[in-house]
Design a binder for this molecule. Structure first.
Ligand code: FBP
Length: 552
């Protein structure tokens, strides 16, 4: 394998564990916390999880290890989108497992949950795992988006586990994957398989968090990577003074990534989907808001700026959601074929015009033609519009352009508007994990093994107090059912982990809201620079502004 000097240097990095896990396996004991309840719908969740509901939260502390001596055969999967630090979760798990007993075995099921269904695996050893320490990516075993949710699938997974003598599974994933981990844990318990299930909180989107999980891993590195690039673009904008940059950042639905990048870089504009929804803003109102900044800056002679657009924004615009729902209805079933058979865009347009309500047609009409066509080209397997593929950075710059043209005609704007577009997503998902993510992930994996060793199932590996130095972090576990409530999904009531959206009453958004008017008209750009892996701790170990503000 060809290796960069940084990769070689990162192999030597020793991730920091929480203080209570530092004295060796023989000196980690359990401190019992209180019994838990789900965040809502307690009776329903309890009825669905009779074997795993209501268990105690626990923390680890220094003391005599009293866990049962037993050979452990653990299986691990990575589930969903890549997030920096996944390799270190596996490394921490492996190190704790081997430190407990050299005879313990770690299986890696390949390609995500499907690896468990297809019995596709590798067995980790030192030589293999050492190549992945402190590196980005999920290539150690691969990942996938197959959902483990049906009884048939669970029965196959139980068979796979039985075949290899697996005693526990570790599922590293986001809210959906950990929801499925809880259901699988319940199934295993109900069927007396003896297989435990432990989850680990992953996603760059940052939307798997709550009063227990302070942040999901990967968010720190991904947002630092995007912020570096945004800062560089800002410096270019401030040097060339001729472009407005519209930068879309990942985050399938919640706007945590956009908000964190804005706190790091202080751009002129950052849209927050949750605010757009709360204020029921229309596309025209959003365009007007951005155009105000463009016009005010132009009046000072500054025909340049930076706007951050969250990937999931359009779903939060009420009129756009209605439009999407109507389009899905318009093309349901066989109507798609009739639509596709129309030879020209003009004829298709007439078909759309005849099928949409007057209100939705008005929204559709203001969209640029390429976006209009995108809405009809990209469909998911159910025939629905794939909202995440809409180029919202181009949508908003086009709407702003129209808005500015109207202002020019009215004599209220005299500037130049040259927009450029960027999409930052995949650039950040496999970056070398920051020291924070390297430490946090290693701790999550190490801690996951301690939960297994002490016999817990249906628990999430929990490491908290993360805004403090790693020495002061607190390791433990909490029942996944504590994070669950009932939500309507695909026409059915389902027990799910509640997705964390940006809280408009939370400190990070409030800080942003207090400063954005100044950022919009002045040039307050901050240039965070690249992630630093070696050097002073106040530069290298610092986590996100979001966490710092939340914990202040
Ligand atoms: P997870 O929720 O699985 O962590 O994935 C999140 C994400 O990175 C989003 O930010 C993005 O919208 C999506 O994955 C892209 O998915 P894909 O890798 O399938 O293109």
């Amino acid at each position: 394998m060809n290796m960069s000097p940084l990769q070689l240097a990162r192999y030597q990095y020793e991730p920091k564990l929480p203080g209570m896990l530092r004295n060796g396996i023989s000196e980690i004991c359990v401190k019992n916390g209180s019994a838990t309840e789900s965040v809502a719908d307690q009776e329903k969740i309890q009825a669905l999880f009779p074997n795993t509901y209501g268990k105690n939260e626990i923390t680890f502390e220094k003391g005599q290890n009293t866990s049962e001596a037993k050979k452990q055969v653990v299986g691990v999967i990575l589930s969903g989108g890549q997030a920096p630090g996944g390799h270190n979760v596996v490394c921490g798990l492996y190190d704790a497992l081997k430190a407990t007993d050299k005879e313990n075995v770690l299986y890696g099921f390949k390609g995500g949950p499907s690896g468990l269904l297809d019995d596709d695996y590798l067995i980790f050893d030192d030589e293999y795992i050492n190549q992945f320490r402190n590196t980005g990516g999920f290539d150690i075993i691969g990942s996938g988006r197959t959902k483990l949710e049906t009884e048939e699938q669970f029965a196959i997974v139980a068979e796979t586990c039985k075949k290899h003598g697996v005693t526990a599974l570790v599922i590293i994933g986001g809210d959906d994957s950990n929801t499925n981990a809880a259901v699988l844990a319940e199934y295993f318990a109900a069927h007396n398989t003896g297989v435990q299930v432990i989850g680990c909180p992953k996603t760059i989107d940052g939307d798997l968090k709550n009063e227990d999980i302070e942040c999901s891993f990967g968010f720190d590195t991904a947002t630092k990577t995007y912020s570096e690039i945004i800062g560089n673009i800002q410096r270019d904008a401030n040097s060339a003074k001729k472009y407005w940059h519209f930068i879309k950042v990942m985050g399938r639905s919640a706007s945590h990534v956009a908000l964190e990048c804005a706190l790091e870089t202080q751009p002129n504009i950052c849209l927050i989907g949750e605010e757009v929804a709360a204020k029921k803003m229309s596309l025209a109102q959003i365009a007007d808001y951005i155009a105000d900044s463009v016009a005010n800056r132009a009046a000072k002679g500054w025909n340049f700026g930076v706007a951050i657009i969250p990937e999931g924004i359009v779903e939060f615009v009420p009129e756009f959601s209605v439009l999407i729902a109507e389009i899905n209805e318009l093309l349901a079933g066989e109507k798609t074929d009739a639509f596709n058979a129309l030879p020209t865009w003009q004829e298709k347009y007439a078909f759309i015009e005849a099928g949409l309500t007057k209100e939705s047609m008005a929204v559709f009409a203001i969209l640029p033609e390429n976006i209009q066509q995108q809405l009809f080209l990209e469909r998911d397997p159910h025939g629905n519009v794939q909202v995440s593929l809409i180029e919202s950075e181009k949508l908003f710059s086009a709407l702003v352009k129209d808005n500015l043209a109207a202002r020019k005609a009215a004599g209220t704007y005299k500037g130049k508007f040259s927009p450029l577009h960027h999409f930052l997503g995949y650039e950040g998902r496999c970056a070398f994990p920051s020291n924070f993510d390297a430490d946090y992930c290693y701790s999550l994996g190490y801690n996951a093994f301690m939960l297994i060793q002490y016999g817990y199932t249906g628990y999430l590996s929990k490491v908290s107090n993360l805004s403090k130095p790693a020495e002061e972090w607190v390791a433990g576990g909490m029942p996944i059912t504590k994070m669950m409530n009932i939500e309507r999904r695909n026409g059915q009531d389902k027990p799910v982990i509640r997705k964390a959206l940006v809280e408009l009453e939370g400190a990070p958004f409030k800080f942003f809201a207090e400063h954005r008017a100044q950022w919009a008209t002045e040039t307050c750009f901050v240039y965070p620079g690249a992630i630093q892996y070696f050097g002073p701790t106040e530069v290298c170990d610092l986590t996100t502004r979001t966490l710092a503000l939340e914990k202040a």
